[in-house]
Design a binder for this molecule. Structure first.
Ligand code: GLV
Ligand code: MG
Length: 348
């Protein structure tokens, strides 16, 4: 562990100082774009107005023979597009791949000032972050990048889950992390080929003696433990937790249920791999206007956040006041990007 005074020092002479607070940004969906496909890249300016974050994907799902053109496509799109207040992220290839070094060096050299966040896949431990952190500082100094590029880890290996707290606190460059259910399932030898969501065979049966005739069964959540562990690690470190991909584009209801579980447990957003998932993420990760209205009642009844009151038969105290603040702060952030939602929250 670094001594506290050193933690916030730049890792290279001339690199921008690490951030003490993360920028306040709405990141309900991280929308994946394959940058080697010209037709899809051409849609990026329009997409950038609809989503909170655009991510150029260079890793899995990009064919090996397109790795270099995807990188070039990302740099071109980063330079050509005005992203406004929409974030620009890139998912680079894993550090042990033949492409990672060129992904990092070329992108920082040619588009470092446009880039907000690098998503790093298959993070096993803090050592992966230390390496990228140091290299980014050297490259930022060399290319005179003005603001530090943040790192977002994908939690998708059993080792990564074991080391999640150390990863979360490894560097002031840490933006947050996303659960990667496909690679994590493979790494753990889970017996599912699905990308996120539940599995019908992962269930609990009603007790045989008590049930009498047909035994009721309830499907359980395969991801509950990992999401909870990730949310605690991120919240404790002051960084942001996200749910990752949902692979069955034909099942909007299951996608919404997976996103909603993640939202309720503390995640701030999810990946959208298909345009149909954008509206789902927007709906799920913007707080419900009814909940916001109730939260406003709590804050109005307890302006200094202390004591206890009853509202609609429900007990409110210092803790529920803090819960209410979480919802109202998020509603305010949504209202800055989405005036129609702002009106529904009464914050317009
Ligand atoms: C995402 O990268 C995953 O493996 O689920
Ligand atoms: Mg993965």
């Amino acid at each position: 562990m670094k001594p506290p005074r050193q933690f916030y020092q730049a890792l290279a002479l001339g690199a921008p100082a690490p951030l003490r607070e993360l920028p306040l940004r709405l990141e309900r969906m991280i929308h994946f774009v394959p940058p080697h496909v010209d037709k899809l890249r051409a849609k990026v300016p329009e997409l950038a107005r609809q989503v909170d974050v655009i991510l150029g994907n260079l890793e899995d799902a990009i064919p090996i023979e397109e790795k270099v053109s995807a990188r070039a496509g990302f740099i071109a799109m980063a330079k050509a597009t005005n992203f406004g207040d929409t974030g620009l992220w890139v998912r680079i290839n894993a550090l042990n791949s033949p492409w990672a070094l060129d992904d990092i060096t070329e992108i920082v050299a040619k588009a470092g000032d446009r880039l907000d966040v690098i998503m790093l896949p298959k993070v096993d431990g803090p050592w992966d972050i230390y390496y990228l952190d140091q290299l980014l500082a050297q490259l930022e100094a060399r290319h005179k990048v003005q603001k530090p590029i943040l790192i977002h880890a994908i939690l998708e290996t059993a080792q990564g889950v074991n080391n999640v707290e150390a990863i979360a606190t490894s560097s002031p460059r840490m933006h947050g992390m996303s659960l990667g259910p496909a690679d994590l399932a493979a790494s753990r030898a889970m017996k599912t080929t699905r990308v996120g969501g539940g599995h019908p065979d992962y269930k609990v049966l009603a007790d045989a003696a008590a049930a009498g005739g047909e035994r009721a069964a309830a499907q359980q959540d395969l991801w509950h433990y990992t999401i909870a562990k990730m949310v605690d690690a991120c919240a404790a470190a002051g960084i942001k937790p996200f749910y990752g991909p949902f692979g069955d584009f034909s099942d909007a209801a299951a996608c919404e249920a997976q996103f909603r579980n993640a939202f309720l447990m503390g995640c701030l957003g999810a990946w959208t791999l298909h345009p149909s998932q954008i509206e789902i993420a927007k709906r799920v990760f913007s707080p419900d206007p009814g909940e916001v209205a109730f939260a406003k009642k709590i804050v109005a009844a307890m302006p200094d956040g202390a004591g206890a009151v009853m509202i609609d038969g429900k007990m409110q105290d210092d803790a529920t006041w803090k819960q209410a603040k979480v919802l109202i702060d998020l509603a305010r952030l949504v209202a800055t990007k989405d005036p129609a939602m702002g009106q529904r929250y009464g914050l317009g």
